[in-house]
Design a protein around this ligand. Structure first.
Ligand code: ADP
Ligand code: MG
Length: 593
């Protein structure tokens, strides 16, 4: 066996494979270069999903004639003056242009701000061309044609033209989110154009995020702002009710660099863990700023991963800031839910017909059907009396001024309708109660344990021995949550005390349910980590105020408790616990506005 040194050409091709995976990675490198060069306008044009053409033009500082040849050479960079731990630019590896030149036909034309003319240089599959004068009024224009013609193996791994074009869009959007003061324009025969105007001033980031992520996000996110030991977190976090089925709405940045970092994504998930069902994902755009030496951006050729010196600090910063932000927002729920509701209410262009053609008067108890319209309606009401406890309006002027207003009625034994100063609120009493129980359990755990009631006669619940063992193992933790159980022989447990807040309950059903829940976990999970699932199981078994008729005082008490409880606007599954309709919206529905 002989050992040979790889040729320069071979080295470049191997590096090219690492840095340049697909057209989107080329666009990422080129746009990052333009941002590093201080551009205020960056224009990207693609064709054939970026395989036949990528052109990136900017109005940045440019490259001087004498530097052009160096710029396209491997390991040449102008950005490492302070050393690897002082990186403030997006680039620093000095291999992007060389790698692109090795894999494609690259042409770089540039003009330094103070130079009299522009110059260009070409690299064709690794072969360097000569310096030529070029026509360019300012900045830099980089053209990449026939990507991977020199490394055809790569071509096989590319997806469809559409998918590659979409990946390019994604890269541009991510970079644009972090740099609102730069105008980004993306166009080409293979795509719909994207034009993001430069925005400045205080609301710049918010405006850019709205342009990129949609206005919905802006209206359903709250600002996040926190500092901890020199690390700064800012950005916007979506309301828990504004969640998605996947994590594609999560955008994370470290020092202006878009990253997909496990630590950060994990922290984001943990921050919402209490507020969201496990199969839902939060939407957020978070920006972390740390001293360059606190983060290693050099752990991956495409720079998408980072490593923090103190990742616990960053994790704590994210979790703490988001939780605090939501605890401080008071009752608030996603506006999209309410606007969708309004859309559902709104008659589609014409007045709704009543009774609808499919409507038949209910035939109950052989009641005689009246013929007149008024009587017919009346009869229907008499037969199917609405399951509502109603209180006369205006009976509680003080409560109306509260955020959730004064309870007016309960409908279908499930929803409480309340009047507020400028609208009405509908509360899902079951979801709300579940949330309140959960928060109370949590509070109880943090202070001195959850209040319990002793059963006069212990409940003996028969269970498979595995389940008995599992529950016995967790007995201490369960006791802290107000549930005292002990093994009662190999095939049963005795339930001695239950959480008082749950009232009288079917202990056997609760125990079986909990055993099932615990059996699904990996061993290491503590009840505390799974408080969410334990508490919602418990809440479901208590004398939950669902399907139960409430007295007006009980309804008001429920509303007041929701107001006083942090995070109460969502149930443990991230569904809203109440929705609000503004009087203005109601008036619009009736054409009064
Ligand atoms: P890096 O960005 O890691 O330094 P690149 O290969 O991407 O490496 O670029 C090499 C050098 O070329 C950069 O350090 C920079 O000096 C110069 N350069 C590249 N693109 C531009 C641009 N759009 N405007 C000005 N200078 C550029
Ligand atoms: Mg670069």
């Amino acid at each position: 066996m002989t050992i040979r040194r790889l040729s320069e050409d071979m080295v470049n091709r191997i590096a090219a494979g690492e840095v340049v995976e697909r057209p989107a990675s080329v666009v990422k490198e080129l746009v990052e270069n333009a941002i590093d060069a201080g551009a205020t306008r960056i224009e990207v044009v693609t064709a054939g999903g970026g395989v036949s053409l990528i052109r990136v033009s900017d109005d940045g500082g440019g490259i001087g004639r004498d530097d052009l040849a160096l710029a396209v050479e491997r390991h040449c960079t102008s950005k490492l003056d302070g050393g690897l731990d002082q990186i403030r630019s997006l680039g620093f590896r000095g291999e992007a242009l060389a790698a692109i030149g090795a894999a494609a036909r690259l042409a770089v034309a540039s003009r330094r701000k103070d130079a009299d003319g522009a110059w260009s240089i070409a690299v064709d599959g690794g072969r360097l061309g000569s310096l030529e004068p070029a026509a360019l009024s300012d900045g830099t224009r980089i053209e990449v044609r026939d990507l991977f013609f020199a490394t055809p193996a790569r071509l096989k791994f590319l997806k469809s033209e559409r998918a590659e074009a979409a990946a390019v869009t994604d890269v541009v959007r991510r970079l644009a989110m972090a740099h609102p003061h730069v105008r980004f324009a993306l166009s080409g025969s293979d795509r719909t154009a994207l034009d993001l105007p430069a925005v400045g001033g205080d609301g710049a980031r918010r405006a850019r995020l709205a342009d990129v992520m949609g206005r919905d996000f802006r209206d359903n996110a709250i600002p996040i702002e926190a500092m901890r030991e020199g690390a700064r977190l800012s950005g916007f976090a979506g309301l828990p009710t504004y969640s998605r089925a996947n994590s594609l709405g999560q955008f994370l940045f470290v020092n202006g660099r878009p990253v997909r970092d496990k630590v950060l994504l994990g922290a984001l998930r943990a921050a919402y863990a209490d507020l969201m069902k496990r199969d839902r994902h939060p939407v957020a755009a978070l920006f972390i700023e740390v001293e360059p030496r606190e983060v290693d951006v050099n752990v991956h050729p495409t720079k998408a991963d980072v490593r923090f010196r103190d990742s616990g600090l960053i994790r704590g910063l994210i979790i703490g800031a988001i939780r605090e932000a939501f605890a401080g927002t008071g009752p608030r729920t996603s506006s999209t839910a309410a606007s969708a509701t309004i859309a559902a209410f709104r008659p589609a262009g014409r007045a709704p017909v009543w009774p609808p053609s499919s409507w038949r008067p209910p035939r109950t108890g052989g009641a005689a059907l009246a013929t007149g319209f008024a009587e017919e309606t009346q009869a229907a009401f008499d037969i199917d009396a609405p399951s509502a406890a109603v209180r006369p309006a205006g009976s509680s002027a003080e409560a109306v001024s509260r955020p959730l207003g004064a309870a007016m009625a309960q409908v279908h034994d499930t929803y409480v309708v309340a009047q507020t100063g400028d609208g009405l609120v509908i509360v899902d009493q079951h979801a709300a109660h579940e949330r309140l129980v959960y928060e109370r359990l949590k509070r109880g755990l943090e202070t001195n344990g959850v209040a319990r009631q002793i059963l006069l006669i212990p409940d003996i619940v028969d269970l498979p021995p595995d389940d008995v063992a599992r529950l016995a193992e967790r007995a201490d933790e369960l006791a802290a949550l107000g549930l005292v159980v002990e093994a009662f022989g190999p095939g049963a447990v005795a339930v001695r005390e239950t959480p008082s807040m749950l009232g009288a309950l079917d202990a056997a059903a609760l125990i079986r349910d909990l055993a099932e829940e615990i059996a699904e976990w990996e061993r290491a999970d503590t009840l505390r980590d799974r408080l969410d699932s334990v508490a919602s199981r418990m809440a479901c078994h208590g004398s939950v105020r669902a399907g139960r008729r409430l007295k007006p005082e009980e309804m008001d008490a429920l509303l007041r408790e929701i107001e006083a409880t942090p995070n109460a606007s969502e149930c443990n599954h991230g569904r809203p616990t109440f929705i609000e309709l503004k009087l203005a919206d109601i008036e619009r529905l009736f054409g009064r506005r």
